[in-house]
Ligand binder design. Sequence first.
Ligand code: DQA
Length: 143
Amino acid sequence: MKIAVINGPNLNLLGKREPEIYGRMTLRDLEKMLIEAAEGKGIEIKFFQSNSEGEIVGFIHGAIEWADGIIINPGAYSHYSVAILDALKAFPGKIVEVHISNVFSREDFRQRLVTARAADAVIAGMGFDSYVFALFYLFGALS
Ligand code: DQA
């Protein structure tokens, strides 16, 4: 089973960025957590982070060819990127959109999740565990 884990803008700053909201763990720590969670399950994970909408769209296009599932945290693009939504709609596998914070308890503009319309499931507010639960969901859904 092949899973693409995609992180959008500013998530490369995890650990330094607003730690009271996003915690002190880094993107590398998150990747390690997911590799550990995938161990022994026959899951292969490819990680991708970009601050650019076009690069994320391009990576999703590539994933159409090889990935069974996508875990995506589009960051701020979640709230307005129709381009990422359309790319996700072209992906034939399962998609989980994740958020580290509970976007529904934050500013009004974070409560509209444009890209989530393409997702099979959405997980928000569990910190880095949002990604781990997304991985377990995909493992079950795709096995
Ligand atoms: C986020 C929430 C978004 O509103 C924000 O722009 C992010 C991170 C989250 O993981 O909680 O960059 O997607």
